[in-house]
Design a protein around this ligand. Sequence first.
Ligand code: ATP
Ligand code: MG
Length: 301
Amino acid sequence: MGLPILADDGLADTAYETHGAGAQKNRQQSHQMPGAAPHDEEKKQVQHNLAGVGRVIGVHSGKGGVGKTFVAVNIAFALAKMGKKVGLLDADIDCPNVVRFLNLRDMQLSGTKEGRISPIEYKQVKIISSHFLSDAPNEPMIIRGPIKHKVLAELLANVEWGDLDVLVYDLPPGTSDVPLSSFLIGNLTGLVVVTTPQKEAIMDAKKSVLMAKEMQVPVLGIIENMSGDVFGEGAGRRLAEELNTPYLGSIPLSKKIREMNQDAKIALSTQEFGQPALLAAVLGKQPETLLAQSWWRKLRS
Ligand SMILES: Nc1ncnc2c1ncn2[C@@H]1O[C@H](COP(=O)(O)OP(=O)(O)OP(=O)(O)O)[C@@H](O)[C@H]1O
Ligand SMILES: [Mg+2]
């Protein structure tokens, strides 16, 4: 039996075989939603909208709370500090956290003359989040998968990103709904998988890698977050070896990082988050190339 993919129509819950007879048909049907534009069309619109974007990077894990938003935010601001043109899409539609992380609650979106959405800009990073689309961002957004898909598709196809070197998606956990939609229509160049050292996180990070392979999205590598005495260390590296995937380094579980996150400070300029392998993977370069450059020393200072 192959990996089960559940129908994403908000009603059906049939599991489909992904291998064997009829699997291809099942796979296509399982990704289609009644009433929604066919994914091919959505994909085309997203490709068109992201024509000026060099690399589109998803930050993901099957597990919640492992530091995906922390890593996504810090990748974005590290790249901006390097002089790259960067966008950050908070793809966590119902529980968006990027705005909280950066304390941008009071910022307002504006539209363009053509009726498209302009991202907000903070410290040279263009940012969009469903937080800004909601009239009551502190109230729970109680919606089913197909609605989340539509909001994501809208953000992917209608936000005016312009020319960017890198667009980072902060993905929610799990292997359905928004991660699935992002894999299908998000035009992803590659995926960074975040895990913590605990067994449950490793198990779900593995699902993230296997899902990406199934969906033919390249896995750029695995990063171990919250590494150290409390949760242990090394399991992320072992998982990377087991899955024959690059290992992008570890970030310690640290009071300083927690406090910086709470205070909406970007941690990447600190020693705790100087991650050459991670940033190199995001840029599609070798870490040595980055380390040789002068801005790297600036970033680490
Ligand atoms: N290395 C670290 N040291 C200390 N605190 C951390 C570290 N990494 C993340 N945190 C904190 O852990 C919490 C969870 O992080 P974060 O929100 O980034 O996880 P997530 O995987 O995005 O969660 P979700 O699945 O809900 O989207 C946050 O409060 C964050 O500040
Ligand atoms: Mg998050």
